[in-house]
Design a protein around this ligand. Structure first.
Ligand SMILES: NC(=O)c1ccc[n+]([C@@H]2O[C@H](COP(=O)([O-])OP(=O)(O)OC[C@H]3O[C@@H](n4cnc5c(N)ncnc54)[C@H](OP(=O)(O)O)[C@@H]3O)[C@@H](O)[C@H]2O)c1
Length: 269
């Protein structure tokens, strides 16, 4: 009896010691919500951030079922919120930081002849400065951890060499090319601390974003049935998250500042 209690106690201690932590931005839906679901199921401690948790029914329900999920408020464009959250977690190792939050932007403001300065500012703030600033704020937490990995969910639309034809999303494309450079600078900044930074292409994924790419408004996209979801992209958010987790796990620290597809292969800059 005493021996069994001791073994059980030892198992609990080992489980506690081996729990790793991931922080995900934009975790209330799409790829972010799936990342939270799968990391939590794998036993990770998950810091799931979202800009308006009170509205996030699915994320709240998930956290109720999983004690290892902690929900935090974070708008990645709000530098005061970023600093406050980093202060709250000061000294806590974060093995993997996933900068997932992103915006596609409407097609209207990206039409040639009608480029919107406001949309440009908004996409650069969310897609570029957000990941850069969040990475800066939590870099000490990542450096303290075992895995030491920072990921940004980029896109092949940000590949300069692949851009051979007009795109309906020139501002989005510009922001994704820019975030690759932003994260490359983060990689060089943190190289000496053993931190690995990677920009990952999630695939063409059936999320609200891919509906918007197809020309629907946010409202129309939100009302789609699962059947219509099937036509909107090539892989599910669950499949994309699984691939992102696998590629992230495979990063061995030998290189940093790399641009990878969801199968781990290189994407041309
Ligand atoms: N879907 C694809 O095919 C595809 C392809 C290439 C790259 N990506 C990238 O994958 C990432 C996830 O996209 P998704 O497909 O899952 O799209 P999604 O369903 O539209 O999710 C986007 C997420 O970003 C959050 N977000 C937007 N602005 C934010 C801000 N200022 N602060 C914090 N969170 C914010 C959204 O939160 P709210 O609910 O509060 O708006 C939402 O959680 C994005 O970076 C996207 O560019 C997607």
């Amino acid at each position: 009896m005493i021996r069994s209690i001791l073994i059980f106690g030892l198992m609990l201690i080992c489980a506690g010691a081996s729990a790793q932590t991931v922080l995900v931005t934009g975790s209330n839906r799409g790829i972010g919500l799936e990342l939270v679901t799968q990391y939590a199921a794998d036993g990770w401690d998950v810091i799931a951030t979202s800009r308006s948790p009170a509205d996030d029914d699915e994320l709240q329900a998930l956290a109720k079922m999983n004690a290892n999920i902690t929900i935090e408020t974070l708008d990645v464009t709000d530098t005061i919120q970023i600093a406050a959250l980093a202060e709250k977690y000061r000294g806590r190792p974060i093995d993997v930081l996933i900068n997932n939050a992103g915006l596609l932007g409407g097609r209207e403001g990206q039409d040639w002849g009608n480029l919107s300065a406001d949309l440009f500012q908004q996409l650069m703030a969310v897609n570029v400065f957000g990941p850069m600033k969040v990475s800066e704020a939590f870099s000490a937490n990542v450096a303290l951890s075992k895995q030491k990995k920072i990921i940004v969910i980029s896109s092949t639309i940000g590949s300069i060499s692949r851009m051979q034809n007009p795109t309906p999303f020139p501002i989005l494309a510009t922001s994704k090319a820019a975030v690759n450079m932003a994260m490359r600078t983060v990689a060089m900044q943190l190289k000496d601390q053993g931190v690995t930074v990677a920009m990952l292409m999630p695939g063409v994924v059936r999320t609200r974003m891919s509906y918007q790419a197809g020309g629907m408004s946010l409202e129309e996209a939100s009302e789609q049935t699962d059947f219509e979801f099937e036509r909107a992209g090539t892989i599910s958010a669950g499949e994309s998250a699984a691939r992102i987790i696998k590629v992230t796990a495979s990063l061995d620290g030998s290189e940093t500042g790399i641009f990878l597809n969801n199968d781990g292969s290189r994407v041309d800059w």
